[in-house]
Structures are given as C-alpha cells and as structure tokens.
Design a binder for this molecule. Structure first.
Ligand code: ZN
Length: 418
C-alpha cells in the first residue's frame, strides 16, 4: 500500500494532493518525507483574513511540517507555500489546513503529542517520539487553549476551591473544581490564594452561572470564605471533611514537634522519634512497624497521643445522619478539647466553633458533596505538579493542571491515532 493511499484516508484536504514520498537518513535516523501539492484549481487561503484569494507567487523553499511518526520514523509533509494577493491584508503567506500559523508541527501531530502527554511526562513523550520538549509542551498548550475555548460551563451546580503549594516556600495556586456527581474537573487556576485571586474566578465564571451554584466547598481559608459569601451567597457553603481533617492533622504535627523538642530538652528518651506517620495516619492505614510504634507510644501520657485520640474521636462526627445530633457532638467535642490544655488542639476547637454553621452544612448538603472528591482531586493535582518537573513557571504548571484535570474537549478527528 502506498503512503499516499493511507494519507488520503486519514488526512485528506480537498484542495491539496499528496505527491512523491521518500525515505532519507538524517543524523543517523530514518525519516519519511511526503510532498504535498496544491490542486491547480484551488485558491489559496489568506492567513490574515481566512478568505480564498488569488495566488501571488510561491516561496522559494518548501516548508516541512512534522506529522505523526510511522514505525519509529519521523514523518514530514513537504510543501511550497504560496503567497496571496489579498485586497484587505496585502501580500500574505497562505494558510494551510494541516497546520496553524507558523507552526512546524501539523495539527494532527500536536494532538497526538498532547494526548500522550496526559499519560507520560513531556520529557518522556519527547524521548519516545524523538522530538523536543518544547514541541511537546507547545502541543499541550495548544490542546489546552483549544479545550478552554470550546468547553461547556453550563449547568454547574457544585464547585470546590482549594489551594496548592508549588515550588518550595510559600507560593500558592488557587484551584477551582467542578464537583458535581456526574462531572468532576478542574475549572480554573489562579496565582496566589488571596481574595483578589478568587474574585478573578468569579469574574471569569460570570454572575448568572454563579447565581445557579447550589454547593460551594472550601477549606477555612479566610479570603475564600469571604469571596464565597459575597459571590455565591445563595449556595450552601460546605467546609468539607477532607479540609477539616487536614487541619487537625496539622495541629497534631505541631503538638508532636513541640513535644519532641521538650522531651529532648528535659533529657527524656526520644520516644517520639520516627512517630510522625504513626500519629497522623488512621489506624487501618498503619504499616506493621507503625502500629508497633503506636502501641509503644500509648504507654506514655503524651500530648501527641492524646491529640491523636481526640482526632480519632472526632471521626465519628462525620457519621451522623441528623444535623442536630452532629451539632451536639461537635459542641461536646469542642468543650472536651478546650479543657485539654493542648494549645494547637484548643486552637482547632476554636476554629471549629467559629465555623460551626459551615461545618454543619456538610450534613445539609445531604451527600451531594462526597468526602472523597476534594481529596481525590487534590491528590491528582499534587501528582501532576510532581510529574511536571520540567515546568518551572507558574503559567506552565497551570497548563499542565488544565491538561490533566480539566477534562477538556477535543475536536472530532477523521482518524484516531490510537
Ligand atoms: Zn486577507
């Protein structure tokens, strides 16, 4: 079968025909070149305005457009661009249907690379398909901007807002997710986690869509609380389980660190050494070694251990069915904790009291906001950040996050390459 026959099936453009093909060796690699010619009766498209215009002349050299590789060989379409004489734009290079702008990559190849970059890191895609990191990244960027321009934002009822740390230090991104039962995806990424950041999301989202939101989930970060009250006041605002428990774990960690220091200073045995995970993880997730460590720790009257017990006690809060019962439990837990003399835990109790209504909204949401969603999306975002080690700028991380989590649409292809 001729390459031409295949191309006419998968990449047909009516004003162009495929000509000769050849195999060349370039830098020790085999590459395939296929010539493309314009049909004599077809008029070139002006790249300025997109209208067919009379041909003016031809560029002196053919241009190479990289296509999807075949059997480990790079494939190029070779075409001598025409220039048009456009009454509106003047003399312009034509626009060809298999590529956009000045891109040396065909659109098919860009989508091919972008799709692979969902499964592998950009470095890996570049290596596997013998191309550069820049080409892969540019393809991802292209796919993301196409997807963002074509996605549907109608009918969104539940959103969640979350922050994620990037690089070391205190740089944050704000992530907004759609968390409806039937559609979970990243909607928006913004720099920082300020009031201004989150307001920018609502500006993009628009007033009408915001007024149709029924549930908004967040952690206890003040700027978020403020913006939600202002921009989606009609929605039930839920402080979700994942964020509340994450906050509690942070407090336990603080207690442990301070206590370990105190023990050392007072010349006691360093019993808290290597205890971090056995204190933070839940019983059923402990490794055998951690379980042994924990039972060892339980022999001592340690603040760290007591804090952990308070958290375990708090877990049943989420199991209540009636908001009133949950409220009673919450109040009692806070009272007990306030008597504990453990400062970080007392601080948690105060925070929970302050946000009592928003936390109880968890029960009013009646399962519309499930426990795992926020955590699942948060983990996936963290994983994407880790995988995106080639990405140093905030903009690039943003693109990687949209690509992995945005569930963005793609155009219809005449041919699926896998
Ligand atoms: Zn024009």
């Amino acid at each position: 079968m001729l390459l031409k026959t295949i191309l006419n099936r998968i990449e047909r453009h009516k004003s162009f025909v495929y000509g000769e093909d050849r195999i060349l060796a370039e830098e020790g690699q085999l590459v395939i070149e296929i010539e493309v010619q314009a049909r004599a009766n077809g008029r070139p498209i002006c790249s300025g305005c997109g209208h067919p215009r009379p041909s003016y002349d031809r560029m002196p050299e053919p241009r190479r457009f990289q296509y999807v590789p075949l059997w480990g060989m790079a494939v190029y379409l070779l075409y001598t661009m025409r220039r048009v004489n456009c009454p509106t734009c003047g003399v312009k290079v034509e626009q060809v249907p298999w590529a956009e702008g000045k891109s040396p990559l065909t659109t098919s190849y860009k989508w091919f690379l972008a799709r692979w970059a969902k499964r592998l890191s950009c470095q890996e895609v570049a290596r596997v398909f013998q191309t550069t990191w820049e080409h892969v990244f540019r393809s991802v960027k292209y796919a993301v901007s196409w997807g963002l321009a074509h996605r549907d934002l109608e009918g969104i009822e539940a959103i969640g807002v979350d922050e994620i740390q990037w690089q070391r230090g205190h740089k944050y991104l704000t992530l907004v997710y759609q968390i409806d039962e039937d559609c979970r995806r990243l909607l928006w990424v913004g720099k920082d986690r300020t009031t201004k950041t989150f307001l920018r999301f609502f500006r993009m989202f628009g007033q009408e869509r915001s007024s149709q939101l029924r549930f908004v989930c967040s952690d206890m970060w003040k700027p978020y609380l403020k913006v939600i009250a202002k921009k989606a006041g009609q929605a039930v605002h839920v402080l979700d389980r994942f964020h509340v428990m994450a906050k509690m774990n942070k407090a336990i960690d603080e207690v442990r660190a301070a206590e370990a220091k105190r023990l050392e200073r007072d010349g006691y045995e360093p019993v808290l050494k290597h205890s971090r995970w056995c204190l933070l993880k839940r019983e059923e997730n402990l490794t055998e070694k951690q379980a042994v460590k924990l039972s060892e720790l339980l022999r001592y009257n340690l603040q760290s251990v007591r804090s952990r017990l308070m958290r375990e006690d708090f877990q049943q809060f989420w199991e209540y069915f009636y908001p009133a019962c949950a409220a009673k439990f919450l109040d009692e837990w806070c009272t007990r904790t306030m008597r504990s003399k453990i400062e970080p835990m007392k601080k948690i109790a105060k925070t929970l009291r302050r946000h009592r209504d928003l936390i109880l909204n968890w029960f009013r949401a009646e399962g519309a906001v499930s426990a795992g969603i926020a955590e699942g999306l948060n983990n996936k975002a963290k994983l994407t950040m880790r995988k995106a080690y080639g990405f140093r700028t905030e903009k690039a991380i943003e693109i990687a996050l949209y690509h992995q989590l945005g569930n963005l649409p793609e155009p219809e292809f005449t041919h699926e390459f896998w």
